[in-house]
Design a protein around this ligand. Structure first.
Ligand SMILES: [Ca+2]
Ligand SMILES: [Ca+2]
Length: 346
């Protein structure tokens, strides 16, 4: 069945003796599909003062220990800080997190190491024995471990680190992206591929929780450092998408950038503080809806322009009340989605 569509069913009841009733008609509407703003984004933890999931799935994490949320001056917003002792986050297992392919992407800063553990757990979803985990051994080359099913093995376990020279040097922020694309496991650091290993198969399922900052299965192995902007996708991002995610914080809000760029000449100033001016070539015979999405894909504004208002080839919107961050300006012309253009509010 299609989403947001009315369906009419003919219904017939029967009693225990098998006597049939007359037909009755029943009309039902299917619900709208969940739209997390980016294709395949199934979880997003911005860590802005809590461990809530910003996608409409709302798979919120529960904090344990004395984690703190601290400001990140160079990037803006807040990050979650684990002190390496009894701090962790657990989010419930959820069906949207189970997929054949996956991408896990996040900012990480290592603050310290516990010499008694061979490795600290950064993220874990079903562990090495069921689905995937991301860990940090003493050598500080972050490790991507996946468990997949292929023609030869039901549980093919692959382990790979970020390779010599790609240590997560303490006290610096690094952007890590882990991909399982059905053929390979791939590690990206700051948008660049640093290691790749054959890991054929589809990821296995798990009924365990999504853990952050410690070993959620056996306990302990606490991570000492900070995480930010954790995003999980139910698909393998391409090299270009990983790069875009690193530079802009998003894979693109389903932007049809070429389509929109043929009609919109310039959006300025960008970054902006108060107003955003759109210089365009819309013909002035159709109305326009401008939608504004924040970085998590949530719509935060809608501004309507009549056909007559488009005649001057220039429109503007007031962004004074938006909080600082990355946004996407989405153009809907007479009901048709023309695509989006990103902008930054300072
Ligand atoms: Ca944040
Ligand atoms: Ca603690």
């Amino acid at each position: 069945m299609e989403p947001e569509t009315l369906y009419t069913f003919e219904v017939q009841a029967f009693d225990l003796a098998g006597n049939l009733s007359d037909f009755a008609e029943l009309t039902l509407s299917t619900g709208a599909p969940v739209d997390a703003g980016e294709d395949g984004l199934v979880a997003h933890y911005p860590f802005e003062g809590n461990a809530d999931d910003a996608t409409p799935y709302a798979n919120h994490g529960v904090v344990a220990g004395d984690v703190v949320f601290e400001e990140v001056p160079d990037r803006g917003g807040m990050a979650i800080k684990f002190d390496g002792d009894q701090d962790s986050v657990l989010a419930p297992n959820a069906v949207q997190l189970i997929s054949d392919f996956a991408t896990v992407s996040f900012w990480i800063r290592v603050d310290g190491q516990s010499l008694q553990d061979a490795e600290a757990y950064v993220l874990d979803f079903g562990h090495w024995d069921q689905r995937w985990k991301i860990s940090l051994p003493q050598h500080l080359r972050i490790v991507w471990t996946t468990n997949s099913k292929n023609a030869q093995f039901d549980n093919a376990i692959s382990d790979m680190d970020s390779k010599d020279g790609n240590e997560l040097v303490k006290d610096f922020w690094w952007y890590v992206t882990m991909v399982h694309d059905g053929t390979d496991d791939i590690i990206y650091l700051d948008g660049n591929e640093v290691n790749r290993k054959p890991a054929a198969g589809t990821l296995n399922s798990t009924s365990r929780k999504l853990g952050m900052g410690s070993n959620p299965v056996d306990g302990g192995q606490y991570f000492n450092g900070a995480l930010d902007e954790l995003k999980i996708y139910n698909r393998a991002l391409t090299t270009d998408e990983v790069k875009k995610l690193f530079t802009s914080g998003t894979t693109g809000l389903k932007d049809l950038i070429s389509k929109i760029s043929s009609v919109v000449e310039v959006v300025y100033p960008n970054p902006t503080t108060e107003r955003l001016v759109v210089q365009h070539q819309f013909k002035g015979d159709k109305s326009l809806l401008l939608r504004v999405f924040d970085v998590s894909g949530r719509q935060i504004d809608a501004i309507h322009f009549s056909a007559a208002q488009l005649a001057s080839r220039q429109i503007s919107l007031d962004v004074n009340n938006y909080v600082s961050g990355l946004y996407s300006l989405n153009f809907v012309l007479a009901g048709e989605n023309m695509g989006s253009i990103p902008f930054i509010k300072k």
